[in-house]
Design a protein around this ligand. Structure first.
Ligand SMILES: *Cc1c(COP(=O)(O)O)cnc(C)c1O
Length: 219
């Protein structure tokens, strides 16, 4: 089933969007099955779990950290992580930069925006985003690269509500592109869309969807 699910999703999303297979809580065998069906990008939300899987699975897998990341755990993933999606403070960016420098790497990061109606402590509001972008102008963080924005829509049935939230994130992406990332070709990613809403996200311009249960089944 895993291979068929991946194939179906890839056909639905087309070539402008990449699929991140969210394998959190799932065993390595499931990941390997996806891998044998051509999948190379996997998402995990816990550092320990991602490190464990990285160590035993093929080395050409791209590991994306999609959940909240604590500063004191950055060092464990810095040597290999392909992208960190949930960055929502300058302090965390500075830590990622420091750990990436130790590994002589540049780590791609996405700034996480809070776009849902639900209260959560994760994700930036617009003024916090602009604060960070201004800070980045004066702080030289050579070992991180801001590649775009990430967001999670509200967990609701109302399709128009979800669409409005994704559209808002895309608008914000376009708004900051010109003033802050003008000639920066790496600033191009919009990480939005999960199992329940990835088709809407793709219509609204998502470049990276993070899909777990529609590939691996319920957790
Ligand atoms: C778990 C998770 C996903 C995948 O959720 P599904 O509904 O299983 O597709 C996507 N993004 C984040 C941040 C997650 O934590």
């Amino acid at each position: 089933m895993i291979g068929a699910n991946i194939k179906k999703i890839n056909q639905e999303i087309g070539e402008h969007t990449r699929l991140i297979a969210v394998s959190k809580t799932k065993p390595a065998e499931n990941i390997l099955e996806a891998y044998q069906n051509g999948q190379r990008i996997f998402g995990e939300n816990k550092v320990q779990e991602m490190v464990g899987k990285y160590e035993i699975l093929p080395k050409d897998i791209e590991w994306h950290l999609i959940g909240h990341l604590q500063s004191n755990k950055v060092k464990y993933i810095a040597p290999f992580v392909a992208m960190i999606h949930g960055v929502d403070s300058l302090k965390l960016l500075q830590t990622i930069n420091k750990e990436a420098a130790k590994c002589q790497r540049v780590i791609p990061c996405l700034l996480q925006m809070h776009i849902a109606v639900e209260e959560t402590k994760f994700g930036l509001n617009q003024s916090e985003l602009y604060d960070i972008l201004e800070q980045l102008k004066v702080n030289n963080l050579d070992n991180i690269k801001i590649c775009g924005l990430m967001g999670m829509a509200s967990n609701v049935e109302d399709v128009e509500q979800i669409r409005t939230e994704f559209r808002g994130l895309k608008t914000l992406f376009d708004e900051i592109k010109e003033p802050y990332f003008k000639n920066d070709e790496s600033f191009k990613e919009l990480s939005m869309g999960m199992s329940g809403d990835y088709l809407i996200a793709v219509e609204e311009g998502s470049t990276l969807i993070r899909v777990g249960s529609s590939i691996f089944g319920h957790r």
